[in-house]
Design a protein around this ligand. Structure first.
Ligand SMILES: Nc1nc2c(c(=O)[nH]1)N[C@H]1C(S)=C(S)[C@@H](COP(=O)(O)O)O[C@H]1N2
Ligand SMILES: [Mo]
Length: 408
């Protein structure tokens, strides 16, 4: 029943330009230059769109859909399915899936290739659940200076959800991985628009794939995955950037050699240097595939706030890392000279979830104030204000700031 509703819904509404709301902000002559300085205030960001099964989201591109989560949804522990960001690379995305014929294949360098329906997965394997942050490698890309090409995300290309499915390890064991296996590659139902475009295929090394945490999920926050977030199955790679979280997953292949392919060898790479930085004048010559999340904290309080002197304001945000564990988030109102620890709020949902934080700050006097937030984790890693740049605008995690204008 549900499936039929979904199919009909997708057919009726169509995917491109569905229900685009007229812009609420008219471009002013100087709006674009202002937007370059403050990407979060870019006029086009107020143009919200509603795609099938999703709520009103910030539109980056509509073909393929790239939809950003408005900041207000980060005031809760779990990101609702309808508000979870959307990112596809190729325009040939699935808009309906028939569970009667859909099969996930597990093949390649294995003893016994499998062909599994979603019902098989639910019935014949132990279900596991895990809360994890999915974050696009290019989340916050629009804040890089100099600006870089690619989706101009602010901080909303991420979300935190409860994923339920089966361990990839269990699937691999059932198929019987042959000795000499090296990598596992993953592909979904989406197809390239042109024969020369590379299909979206990603890989993990076998050890990682079989670590017992990597999961093939059939549920998101206890419901079916929205079509745009990978219905009916997606890979979950906890603590790793979401580029590996292959959506509408239908092919798992065990390989006896290292996987080679565009989306691993050419795209989604970061400079090999220790801090993964490079400069526009001197691009790194050696790169590696992007991998684990870096530690970061963001403000969920908007980037520009008005306040009154001596009247406390609530400031909130969230923080996460690759599963090492955030231990504290501190706030500075004096440009980083002194820091005050904030309070964690909401639930501790496990090491791959984010932790929300809150504090109250009392402006001492009228004027312009900058607030900064900084996370520390169990490994003693701390965020910094050191300049961060790479050509792809990946894994931004510098200390963030918001402005508070205080009146008497
Ligand atoms: N099949 C498929 N899976 C994919 C992608 C894709 O283009 N095709 N994009 C990846 C990238 S780069 C990201 S950031 C996440 C986005 O997941 P979401 O749309 O559920 O937020 O999906 C990943 N999985
Ligand atoms: Mo991404």
């Amino acid at each position: 029943m549900h499936l039929i509703d979904r199919r009909t819904f997708l057919k009726i509404s169509g995917l491109t330009g569905a229900g685009i709301v007229a812009p609420r902000v008219v471009f002013a002559a100087d709006a674009t230059s202002a937007a370059a300085d403050r990407p979060q205030a870019a006029p086009w960001r107020s143009r919200l769109v509603k795609f099938p099964e999703k709520t009103e989201m910030i539109l980056l591109t509509d073909r393929p859909p790239q939809l950003e989560t408005p900041l207000k949804y980060f005031k809760q522990d779990l990101t609702p399915n309808e508000a979870f960001f959307v990112r596809w690379h190729l325009s040939g995305i699935p808009t309906s899936v028939d569970l009667g014929t859909f099969r996930l294949s597990v093949g390649g360098h294995v003893e016994k290739p499998l062909s599994l329906s979603v019902a098989d997965l639910k019935k014949n394997f132990e279900p596991v659940s895990l809360v994890a942050v999915g974050q696009c490698s290019g989340n916050s890309r629009s804040f890089f200076q100099p600006r870089v090409a690619g989706g101009q995300w602010a901080n909303g290309a991420m979300g935190c959800a409860k994923w339920t499915g089966v361990r990839l390890k269990d699937l691999l064991e059932r198929a019987g991985v042959k000795s000499g296996a090296v990598d596992v590659r993953f592909a979904g139902l989406d197809e390239p628009p042109l024969p020369d475009t590379a299909k979206f295929v990603k890989s993990l090394d076998l050890q990682h794939a079989a670590d017992g945490e990597v999961m093939v999920a059939y549920a998101m926050n206890d419901a079916d995955l929205p079509m745009l977030n990978g219905y009916p199955l997606r890979l979950i790679v906890p603590g790793w950037f979401a580029t590996y979280w292959v959506k509408s997953l239908n092919q798992i292949n065990v390989l006896p050699e290292k996987f080679k392919g565009f989306w691993m060898d050419k795209a989604y790479r970061i400079p090999k240097a220790d801090n993964h930085n490079e400069s526009p004048q001197r691009l790194a010559t050696e790169t590696i595939p992007i991998n684990r999340h870096t530690l970061r904290s963001i403000f969920v309080t908007p980037p520009n706030v008005a306040a009154l002197a001596d009247k406390p304001i609530e400031v909130e945000g969230l923080a996460f890392d690759d599963g090492t564990g955030v231990t504290k988030v501190e706030l500075s109102s004096d440009g980083g000279k002194s820091w005050n620890e904030t309070k964690f709020v909401g639930d501790d949902m496990g090491k791959y979830a984010w932790r929300r934080w809150k504090t109250s700050w009392t402006p001492p006097a009228p004027g312009s104030f900058t607030l900064m937030c900084c996370a520390t984790n169990k490994a003693g890693v701390m965020q910094t204000t050191a300049p961060q740049w790479n050509r792809s605008g990946y894994q931004r995690n510098v200390i963030e700031q918001i402005q508070v204008e205080v009146r008497a």
